[in-house]
Ligand binder design. Structure first.
Ligand SMILES: [Zn+2]
Length: 264
């Protein structure tokens, strides 16, 4: 067993779980987007994830760490159809390193100077724009879903269209849309599998109430049970009428402005 695998997947999930999940997502019309973090290396799990989304024709926002991406890796990823409308390749930090000596991990936290932040954000943006070309979409997912207020301001100045963090994260941001994830498939902290199941279902219920599920993936942490779960989830969602599958591109218009909320 991989030791970074969520307790959700220490054993197969019960059929009753899938039935409940199906009922939850059938309650009302819904937007769904998926965000896969820590993209940069091609390994078996990455391949499994990409092939699964392609098979179900479901879109996926891919958060790419600029310093992990190379021309060779991008060529490898291009075989999944790099510019396919299914994918929304965007930026995940700069080199995915923690810079805080105390407190929670944060690449762009309070200890960074504005000069450093601006330099790294810009370098990351330019690197991805150069390597990925038109496939790169200027949305920023901060590593660990958190960054300082100053970072948010600099992102806005540089011209990113949006950020994507976890629901409820501070600081709140004005003028820069935040496409929040509210369902975490692979990094839940619960030690107990049943508690993790209940949390997942609770988060799905809350997302449905809000009209949007933002589902976060960490493919490196998938074991066989997690792969099976992902496939069942994609099956359930793709068969459900009333769900609109989106990427960030669907939330933003040609001028880089937020589109009015609409489902259908
Ligand atoms: Zn990450």
């Amino acid at each position: 067993m991989k030791d970074n695998v969520s307790s959700l997947y220490h054993q197969p999930l019960m059929e009753a779980f899938y039935t409940e999940l199906q009922q939850i997502v059938a309650e009302k019309p819904l937007q769904v987007f998926f965000r896969a973090d820590d993209i940069g290396k091609i390994d078996d799990n990455f391949t499994v994830m990409m092939e699964m989304f392609r098979q179900y024709r479901l879109p996926l926002c891919l958060a790419v760490v600029p310093q992990w991406m190379t021309a060779e890796r991008w060529r490898g990823m291009s075989r999944f159809g790099a510019s396919d409308g299914l994918w929304c390749w965007h930026q995940h930090g700069y080199c995915h390193e923690n810079h805080e000596k105390v407190g929670k991990n944060n690449e762009f936290g309070e200890s960074r100077s504005e000069t450093e932040v601006r330099k790294e954000l810009k370098a990351g943006y330019d690197r991805l724009a150069t390597l990925l070309g038109d496939a790169f979409y200027p949305v920023f997912t901060p590593p660990w879903n958190r960054c300082s207020r100053m970072t948010l301001n600099v992102l806005q100045e540089i011209g990113y269209h949006a950020v994507s963090r976890s629901i409820g994260v501070q600081p709140e941001v004005k003028g820069l849309p935040d496409f929040q994830v509210n369902v975490d498939l692979h990094t839940a902290k619960e030690k107990d599998g049943q508690q993790a199941v209940e949390r997942l279902l609770g988060d799905c219920r809350q997302g449905v109430r809000m009209g949007r599920l933002g589902i976060m993936l960490h493919h490196q942490r998938m074991n066989n049970h997690a792969v099976y779960f992902l496939e069942r989830l994609l099956q359930i969602l793709s068969r459900q009428s009333g769900i609109t599958f989106c990427t960030y591109r669907d939330f933003i218009d040609e001028q880089g402005c937020l589109k009015p909320v609409g489902i259908g």
